[in-house]
Write a protein that binds this ligand. Structure first.
Ligand SMILES: C[S@@+](CC[C@H](N)C(=O)[O-])C[C@H]1O[C@@H](n2cnc3c(N)ncnc32)[C@H](O)[C@@H]1O
Length: 446
C-alpha cells in the first residue's frame, strides 16, 4: 500500500458533532464527509492536519438505514451543508444526542425533553455570506468547498430561500462584467419578508461603468445593492440617481403578535423565519408573561424577543452590546406602539458593569420593579461570567435560554443549576437543517 494514499477504504464508527463520519486509518483518526456510522466508504483524503486526515466519502456496500439521496447536487463538495445525506429525523436525533452529551458532561439533567422541532428542510436561509473567486476567467459565487478555501462552483443553493438562490447566476454574470472581478472577495445576501439586499465587498474603487452595471443589476433583479469598501462601517447605498442614497432597512413580520420589525441588512437576525417564530412562541409559552411584570431580555438584538414579550403584557428591559441594534430595537418598539413597555440599553454584558445589581437598578429606574424572569439569547460564547449574578437576583424565578452552541449552553446550565435552578424542559430546534448547527431552547425554573 502507498505510504500516503489519497483514497482509502474506511469503516465509519461515529458521527461527530460537526457532521463528519469518524473512523481510523493507519491508527490515526480520519474524518469523512458524506459518511454515516456502520458504513464502509471510499475516502478521498483532501487534507491532513495535526495527525488527522479529512476526506470526502463515497459509499461502498450497504447504506445506513437513515441515508437519503442528497437534495443538493453540490453536496458533499460544497461546504455549506454537512448532513444532506441523512434523513431529517436522523439529523434531529443526532443534534439532540450532541446536546444531551454536552449536558451530561456538565452533570446537568433535564427534567423533560421536548420533541425536536423541525418545520422546513430546504429554502429556509434568509442570510448568507458567499465567497467570490475568479478561476480561469470563470466567476464562482458560493460557499467554501469542504476542507478548503476554494469557492464551490454553484448555480443555485437549496438551503437559501429561492429568492436569494436566484441571485447566484445573475451575480456571476454581473461580477464577470465589472472592471476588476478579482477585486470582489465576497458578497452578503439578506432577505426580509418582501425585499432583498446584497452587500458587495470590493477591494478596489469601482469606476463609473461598474456603478452603471450595478445600478442596472439592482433594477433588473429588484435587489438593494450596498457597497462595502472596508469594514461594516463603510457600507454605502449604491447611488442610483434617485436623491440622497440611503440604506433601506428590511422587515419581517411576527404575525401572531401583530409585529413588524425593521433591520439593517448587516444586522443580526435569525436566519430561518419559520423556526424563529417557533422559538418565540415556545419561549413565551414557557415564560407566560404576566401583565406588567418585568422581564430582562439579555442579548436582545433588534428586539426579536423583547417585542413579543412586551406585546404579551410584560415590561421589558432589553440589553445588548451593539448601539445600532439598540437603536433599531427602540425604533421597532416605537413603530409597534410598545415604547411604553420597553426600555433598551446598549451595554457589553460580558463586563462587570452589568452584574445583578446593575440589572436590578436598570429595571427599577425604568419600571420601578426588579425583573422576575430572564430571556437569554447570547452569541456562541455563551452568557458569560455575569450569568450567576443575574440568576441570583432575588426576584428572578424563570429563565428561558436560547442558544446556538450546546457546549456553552450546557456550561451555563450548570451555572444556573448551582444557583438553584432546575432545567425544566429543553429541546433542539432545526434552525439550520442539513448543517451541523444546533439551536437549543431551555427553560429553567428556580
Ligand atoms: C444570537 S444574537 C441574538 C439577538 C436577538 N435575541 C435575536 O433573536 O435576534 C446575539 C446578540 O448578542 C449580541 N452580543 C454579542 N456580544 C455581546 C456582549 N458582549 N454583550 C451584549 N450583547 C452582545 C449581538 O450583538 C447579538 O445581537
Amino acid at each position: 500500500m502507498a505510504k500516503n494514499p489519497v483514497e482509502v477504504e474506511v469503516a465509519i464508527e461515529t458521527l461527530a458533532v460537526d457532521g463528519l463520519g469518524g473512523g481510523d486509518h493507519q491508527e490515526r483518526p480520519i474524518w469523512v464527509r458524506n459518511a454515516l456510522p456502520g458504513e464502509v466508504v471510499s475516502a478521498r483524503i483532501v487534507k491532513r492536519r495535526g495527525g488527522a486526515r479529512y476526506a470526502d466519502g463515497q459509499l461502498l456496500g450497504t447504506a445506513h438505514p437513515e441515508r437519503i439521496p442528497s437534495a443538493c447536487q453540490y453536496f458533499p463538495r460544497c461546504g455549506g451543508c454537512v448532513l444532506q445525506h441523512a434523513s431529517g429525523d436522523y439529523q434531529l436525533a443526532h443534534k439532540q444526542g450532541a446536546l444531551a452529551a454536552s449536558l451530561k458532561a456538565q452533570g446537568v439533567e433535564a427534567h423533560c425533553w421536548r420533541r425536536p422541532s423541525s418545520l422546513v428542510r430546504l429554502g429556509y436561509r434568509t442570510k448568507a455570506r458567499l465567497g467570490v473567486r475568479v478561476v480561469g476567467g470563470q466567476v464562482l459565487v458560493g460557499f467554501r468547498e469542504s476542507f478548503s478555501n476554494r469557492v464551490a462552483k454553484l448555480q443555485s443553493c437549496q438551503t437559501l430561500t429561492p429568492e436569494l438562490s436566484a441571485l447566484i447566476q445573475p451575480l456571476k454574470s454581473l461580477i464577470g462584467a465589472l472592471s476588476a472581478p478579482a477585486s470582489i472577495p465576497q458578497v452578503e445576501l439578506a432577505q426580509g419578508d418582501d425585499a432583498r439586499a446584497l452587500m458587495l465587498r470590493h477591494l478596489e474603487p469601482l469606476n463609473p461603468e461598474d456603478l452603471g452595471l450595478l445600478t442596472r443589476f439592482a433594477r433588473e433583479q429588484d435587489v438593494q445593492v450596498i457597497l462595502q469598501s472596508g469594514g461594516y462601517d463603510t457600507l454605502q447605498a449604491l447611488d442610483m440617481g434617485q436623491g440622497v442614497p440611503a440604506i433601506k432597512p428590511l422587515a419581517y413580520q411576527l404575525p401572531e403578535y401583530g409585529l413588524s420589525l425593521l433591520f439593517q441588512p448587516d444586522q443580526f437576525t435569525q436566519v430561518n423565519a419559520l423556526m424563529n417564530r417557533e422559538l418565540i412562541r415556545t419561549a413565551l409559552a414557557y415564560l407566560m408573561p404576566r401583565r406588567g411584570e418585568v422581564i430582562a431580555d439579555l442579548f436582545c438584538g433588534i428586539g426579536n424577543f423583547s417585542l413579543p414579550l412586551a406585546r404579551s403584557g410584560a415590561r421589558v428591559v432589553g440589553i445588548e452590546a451593539s448601539e445600532r441594534a439598540i437603536a433599531s430595537a427602540e425604533d421597532n418598539a416605537g413603530r409597534n406602539g410598545l415604547a411604553h413597555r420597553c426600555h433598551f440599553k446598549a451595554q457589553n454584558l460580558y463586563t462587570p458593569m452589568e452584574g445583578g445589581e446593575a440589572l436590578e437598578r436598570t429595571a427599577q429606574a425604568a419600571f420601578g420593579a426588579a425583573p422576575s424572569a430572564l430571556l437569554l439569547d447570547p452569541p456562541r460564547s455563551g452568557a458569560g461570567e455575569r450569568l450567576a449574578d443575574w440568576a441570583k437576583i432575588p426576584s428572578v424565578e424563570r429563565v428561558a435560554y436560547v442558544s446556538c452552541n450546546p457546549e456553552t449552553f450546557a456550561a451555563d446550565a450548570r451555572t444556573l443549576a448551582a444557583c438553584g435552578y432546575r432545567l425544566h424542559e429543553v429541546g433542539v430546534y432545526d434552525m439550520f437543517p442539513n448543517t451541523s448547527h444546533i439551536e437549543t431552547l431551555g427553560f429553567f425554573v428556580r
